[in-house]
Design a binder for this molecule. Structure first.
Ligand code: ATP
Length: 445
């Protein structure tokens, strides 16, 4: 058997559409650029991705969660530097009218050429702010301008004191949040890798100045281990430390966790030492002190922040890329290809498929009853159409760890056949033991 991994994003785009993971937004109207909708399986899987991250963060004794509003006071974005500084250099091609970023377009950097038509008839780079603006209230004047947040982090900074005081946590402690962010990206693309509306999973860890370098290293390790725990292959991950020219205005140190997507190693998560930049800025702009009082040492300070920020959609894509495999075996008729999404069982959208061997009522009634019982505890799919072999393959392609077949023997022995996605081994399990078997074997998967 030969195993092939994914070579091209288009393989995943088409699988996602065919099986209901991700659809183009507003497809019936021709689609809306760089916006994507999560379908029946995609929305289940995305919820699992978020749950994995959320639990890894908020089940610790030193991290609380929040869910802040997308719209925030406009001064937040002045203080954070986004109104003045959150922009990319944009160049227009005067011949083919393509717009592109001048700081990461190879043909421009090399020969000052348009990446689309090769023309050198280009505008000078202009700074283009990436924030979406909208208006609050009935009058569309400049006084009512608000922004769709371009990152979730600011909701955490402005709630630092609320969280610290209400939870009575002592520094060092963290605040975690999952939520939508919006950026009017000039060059979105690569499926859900870079979109204009996306979800971020961010955690800000507040520490005493002087301990920041130690916590930065700790968080690098913690986040690396998170990816390994959920089955991402080690060889597809790497750290990319930021050099002095790459560092953002707020950062003392930064490292990206990069994943080897089909288009090459690219940022999956950013880990930053933000110093006291954000809390100091919000103190300055709001006129309120955001100092922390350390009771034990009777000292006041503005905490430093170690941030971990990963895109939920980007991680979803990394999981798909990492899990996809084609198992090719030679047989009498030529070649047979089994497509498998080898997802970690906690990430897989469906945990168990219930498959009656035939559509006869005596079998389907038993199978449907099992479905009812199991769906109390798991996401279950019921499928009665096509041959059993085809149905196994359908489940393999969406990453379902276990298939449960109800056959004619079930009527006598009250047992079912459980098939394992990766090993393809089969076991006969008593119906009364099925739930426990699945719970235990999902852990061992
Ligand atoms: P990039 O360099 O890829 O534009 P960034 O360095 O601006 O990303 P951050 O501001 O650090 O990204 O955001 C943290 C994480 O949010 C990124 O690592 C990425 O996973 C995700 N993210 C950022 N922008 C987008 C986007 N347009 N679409 C999807 N995910 C995004």
């Amino acid at each position: 058997m030969v195993t092939k991994s994914v070579q091209d994003l288009s393989t995943l785009v088409s699988l996602s559409k065919r099986r209901g993971f991700v659809f183009q937004s507003s497809e019936v109207y021709g689609g809306l650029g760089s916006c994507w909708d999560y379908g029946p399986l995609g929305s289940l899987m995305k919820a699992n991705v978020k749950r994995a991250w959320w639990n890894a963060m908020t089940r610790r004794a030193d991290i609380v969660g929040i869910d802040a509003a997308i719209l925030m006071h406009p001064t937040v974005w002045k203080a954070s530097g986004h109104v003045d500084g959150f922009s990319d250099p944009l160049v227009d091609c005067k011949d083919c009218k393509t717009r592109f970023r001048s700081d990461n377009t190879e043909s421009y950097l090399k020969d000052k050429k348009c990446p689309n038509c090769g023309s050198k008839n280009l505008s000078e780079p202009r700074q283009f702010n990436l924030m979406f603006k909208t208006h609050m209230g009935p009058v569309e004047d400049s006084g009512g301008i608000v922004y769709l947040r371009p990152e979730t982090a600011q909701g955490i900074f402005v709630n630092f004191q609320n969280c610290q005081q209400s939870s009575r946590y002592k520094v060092p402690f963290g605040i975690a949040q999952i939520g939508k962010s919006f950026r009017n990206e000039i060059t979105p693309g690569n499926f859900i890798f870079r979109t204009r509306e996306f979800e971020q999973m961010e955690m800000q860890y507040f520490v005493k100045p002087g301990t920041d370098a130690k916590f930065f290293e700790e968080w690098k390790e913690t986040r690396w281990n998170f990816y390994l725990k959920y089955g991402i292959k080690k060889e597809n991950l790497q750290f990319h430390p930021h050099g002095p020219t790459e560092l953002a205005h707020y950062a003392k140190a930064a490292v990206d966790v990069q994943y080897k997507f089909p288009m090459g190693f690219s940022e999956l998560e950013g880990i930053h030492n933000r110093g006291d930049f954000d809390l100091s800025q919000h103190s300055k702009f709001s006129g309120k002190s955001l100092e922390y009082f350390d009771e034990a040492n009777k000292e006041k300070f503005i905490p430093y922040v170690i941030e971990t920020a990963v895109g939920c959609d980007r991680l979803f894509l990394a999981f798909l890329c990492d899990a996809y495999r084609e198992e090719v075996t030679k047989n009498d008729e030529g070649e047979d290809t089994r497509v498998v999404l080898g997802l970690h069982p906690q990430i897989a959208p469906i945990k168990v498929a219930i498959l009656p061997l035939s559509k006869k009522e005596e079998l389907t009634s038993v199978a449907l009853k099992l479905r009812e019982e199991l769906c109390e505890d798991f996401d279950v799919m019921y499928d009665e159409s096509a041959s059993i072999g085809k149905r196994y393959r359908r489940q393999d392609e969406i990453g379902t760890p276990f298939c449960v077949t109800v056959d004619f023997d079930t009527l006598n022995d009250k047992a079912v056949t459980v098939r394992h996605r990766d090993r393809m081994s089969q076991e006969r399990i008593d119906c009364t033991q099925l739930n426990t078997y699945i719970v235990e074997n999902l852990k061992k998967f």
